[in-house]
Design a protein around this ligand. Structure first.
Ligand code: HEM
Ligand code: HEM
Length: 223
């Protein structure tokens, strides 16, 4: 990938929890995908992992490092359109975090993944042999409907992820900007306020929350 053309030396942009969240999510989503219909025990376990990651990311979006916060990167339609008009320019996007368009795709991916795992929890296969841990809370018909939707929503998620990867490629090739390197090392050159990392206790609360929710769901909320 082309080197970064943005001004200045690389500076910390993404904190470690955000980066770990991202790459763990990629691995677990792939596991969920390839185990679907093949190894349902592993499918459920990786699904609980995804749930934990999503819970953590929601918490981190309000309590994490500055660039991980939703309030930091979500912008209104005006700013998003204004940014979209500059997309064709061959200069790097050197804002301090997700750009306004990317921010909406991040939000869309998180929302669709939440729906995806939510439906999986209530899903049941045609003979009722394989099911999600909360399927006992709904009728069999509802559980089958959840399974159908679970498959349909997965196509939507695949489309969003494909768009995500094409967009990252576009930044690499057209704008000569290595965003992937920044998601690995945490650093790239950018303009604006430096990353303000979050205190350790916030990380610990996030991990505890994620583990608690994933555990309670895996138990089917039966204690
Ligand atoms: C993001 C994570 C997930 C992805 C990408 C995913 C994807 C899929 C796909 C593509 C299928 C269709 C398999 C087929 O019939 O060929 C499926 C089925 C299923 N998934 Fe998931 N899933 C995820 C999370 C979960 C979770 C968290 C649960 C519950 C713990 C779950 C439970 C099920 C069940 C019970 C089926 C069988 C439904 C049927 O055979 O009609 N999934 N999943
Ligand atoms: C299962 C597939 C994937 C999913 C669900 C996914 C999801 C996400 C999410 C939710 C974010 C926001 C990060 C945050 O603020 O927490 C993100 C950012 C990012 N992802 Fe992915 N991702 C996937 C695959 C990939 C792959 C394969 C690459 C590398 C080619 C990649 C590169 C990036 C980069 C570079 C960013 C930061 C973008 C920026 O600078 O604004 N992602 N991704």
């Amino acid at each position: 990938m082309a080197s970064d053309a943005a001004a200045g030396p690389p500076r910390p942009l993404w904190d470690l929890p955000t980066r770990l969240f991202h790459w763990a999510l990629v691995v677990l989503l792939l596991v969920s995908w390839f185990t679907a219909g093949e190894n349902m025990q592993l499918h459920r376990w990786s699904g609980y992992g995804v749930i934990g990651l999503l819970v953590f990311r929601l918490w981190w979006g309000v309590a994490g490092g500055s660039t991980a916060r939703f309030a930091h990167f979500l912008r209104g339609p005006k700013a998003t359109l204004a940014y979209a008009r500059t997309l064709g320019a061959r200069s790097p996007s050197d804002g301090a975090g997700h750009n306004p368009l990317g921010a909406w795709s991040v939000l869309a991916m998180l929302a669709v993944m939440l729906v995806q795992v939510g439906l999986g929890l209530f899903a049941s296969d045609i003979d009722g042999l394989e099911s999600g841990p909360l399927s006992h809370l709904v009728s069999f018909d509802a559980s089958r409907a959840a399974a159908e939707l679970h498959e349909t929503v997965f196509r939507v998620l695949q489309a969003l992820v494909a768009l995500h990867i094409v967009a990252i490629g576009f930044y690499g090739v057209w704008k000569r900007q290595n965003l992937v390197g920044a998601m690995i090392t945490g650093k790239r050159p950018f303009q604006g306020e430096a990353l303000r990392p979050a205190a350790l206790w916030r990380l610990l609360v996030g991990i505890a929350l994620a583990a608690l929710v994933a555990w309670a769901i895996a138990k089917g909320l039966r204690f």
